[in-house]
Design a protein around this ligand. Structure first.
Ligand SMILES: [Zn+2]
Ligand SMILES: [Zn+2]
Length: 274
């Protein structure tokens, strides 16, 4: 029996190698996934997206690269100044790897694969292959509605595909076009790192993951962490559209490309809560 419904908002505040942050909330509870842009920018972009009063009850860190945690210490102090101690959740490997200058007060250690609660939100950290000790992607579930943020992984995995299958909104890495990366200006070692099993998803790999993880409930797909040097929004979109088209989902799924320098318009999905 459904007791009531809630609108779950997902807003990608910033996405790309210069910084990542996504807000997920339902009006009475909310989280930030990563905080890799300046605190001022996070707050300004939330305000611009109409989320200035949206609750932030936790910050979920995916891994310690600075484009994901850069603002953590300053953001924690900004919350404290507002009279709210906001916990920062991350794995032990991530906590050990964060630059001490970025380390926030109030870290809560989590275990990949073990879900936990932030108020009534259920958070599932999913292990991903990336070139740090203990990185995760996140599913956040409100009532019957999971949404997911999946970036910074070197290859598709069946675990991640399974985690996507019942999601209503997904933020998914489409990092690079393989030919652009190979022909592009990056030094050889960096090309190898990005292409490697613990680097970033190419458009082709992301399309494969999307094909495996696409379920009947998906309403919103936001392509994320696009490389400014080695990808174009058009190429990423074309790959994603092909997958959706093949699955007969092109008309149903709202497809957008997340931006580096401004927030995407928030998307909303309705959740049933018992
Ligand atoms: Zn990153
Ligand atoms: Zn990374």
């Amino acid at each position: 029996m459904t007791l009531f419904t809630r609108d779950v908002t997902v807003c990608v505040l910033s996405s790309g190698s210069a910084g990542n942050a996504t807000y997920i909330g339902d009006g009475s509870a909310g989280v930030l996934v990563d905080c890799g842009i300046a605190t001022k920018q996070i707050l300004a972009r939330m305000e611009a997206a109409g989320l200035s009063d949206a609750p932030v009850d936790a910050v979920l860190l995916t891994h310690e690269h600075s484009d994901h945690v850069g603002a953590a210490a300053v953001l924690a102090r900004a919350f404290a100044k507002r009279g709210k101690a906001v916990p920062f959740y991350c794995t032990a490997g991530t906590a050990a790897g964060i630059d001490p200058r970025c380390t926030p007060d109030g870290i809560e250690i989590i275990t990949a694969g073990t879900s936990f609660r932030v108020k009534h939100l259920i958070v599932e950290p999913i292990p991903v292959p990336h070139d740090v000790r203990d990185p995760v992607a996140y599913r956040v579930i409100v009532g019957d509605t999971p949404v997911a943020v999946v970036t910074d992984l070197g290859r598709p995995t069946s675990l991640v595909a399974r985690a996507l299958r019942d999601c209503r909104a997904v933020v998914l890495e489409f990092n690079h076009d393989e030919d652009m990366l190979l022909d592009g200006p990056y030094p050889f070692h960096l090309k190898q790192r990005i292409r490697g099993n613990h680097g970033h998803l190419s458009n082709r790999q992301a399309a494969q993951l999307l094909a495996d993880g696409l379920g009947p409930r998906l309403d919103h797909l936001m392509l994320a962490h696009l490389s400014g040097e080695n990808n174009t929004p058009q190429k990423a979109m074309a790959m994603a559209r092909t997958v959706l088209d093949d699955a007969g989902a092109l008309g149903r799924v709202n497809l957008t490309v997340a931006l580096q320098h401004e927030a995407l318009r928030p998307v909303q999905v309705q959740s049933r809560v018992w």
